[in-house]
Design a protein around this ligand. Sequence first.
Ligand code: SAM
Length: 276
Amino acid sequence: MAEAMTTALVDEIVRTVLASAKYAALDPTLVAEVAAQEVSKGRRRKDAIKEVKTRLHQSVGAYWDGHTNYASWRAALEAVPDDAAQETLLRSIMRSHHSMRERMPFLEHFYRTLLDAIGPVHSVLDLGCGLHPLALPWMALPANALYLACDVDQEQIRFLDWWLAHYHQRGRAFVWNLLDGAPPSDVTGRVDVALLLKLAPCLEQLERGIMQRLLAEVTARVLIVSFPAQSLGGQRKGMLATYTAQMEALLTGRLWRVERFEFPSELVFRVHREIT
Ligand SMILES: C[S@@+](CC[C@H](N)C(=O)[O-])C[C@H]1O[C@@H](n2cnc3c(N)ncnc32)[C@H](O)[C@@H]1O
């Protein structure tokens, strides 16, 4: 009886949250998991809805500057006359997402540093990708490389899936809630590189311990795991030390070779899961 009431309350919270325009395209499984957590804390309907929306904002919505217009981005990308115009347009679209905007000043250097030494990279799995697949022209992957990208917003994923086809990149974008663990290897196969860029703070806020699970489950030769070096408000205090310690804790007991890189707004660890 109590279980049925809890289920009904979670369902009602999910329906209410998905009914608001800001969250309408979100993967319902993510909304349901966060709603279930809040209900299990004994929150009442109204407080639970408020808390679910706050946590979804902190892990997904806060990174967007509010100007997502996938249809107009698509039309503009279809109309660019050449590669140079495409790169200019991509840069302006990528600025709509905070994580990509921060990376913009060192985009070329980022991929040269992180990918050149481990190449050729024939397959990439981009977890919680945001708008990162739009940076493909800067990644300089081999022509036939496979690019798989996932996130929790269905409209964003439709746009990115269109973009991969438009850019003639083998691969696809798909909706995947990482609170359910890494996408299974029958979906992704074994990839050369998995990207977990600036994911840890969002995901750990949703479910403590989830990064540990993802590092164990992702079937990739190399993991590139990054953390923001500054907060959304631009504060840097203590973040490098905090996230370095967090990464060290995540790697405890694992015989993996790890390299550490500092970029102006991003701390990156390149993890070689096979011992070399
Ligand atoms: C800080 S952004 C990083 C985006 C991208 N990785 C980058 O660095 O440019 C965090 C991303 O994680 C995604 N995200 C949050 N919760 C998620 C979940 N449960 N499953 C999959 N992706 C999630 C958000 O939608 C957002 O795109």
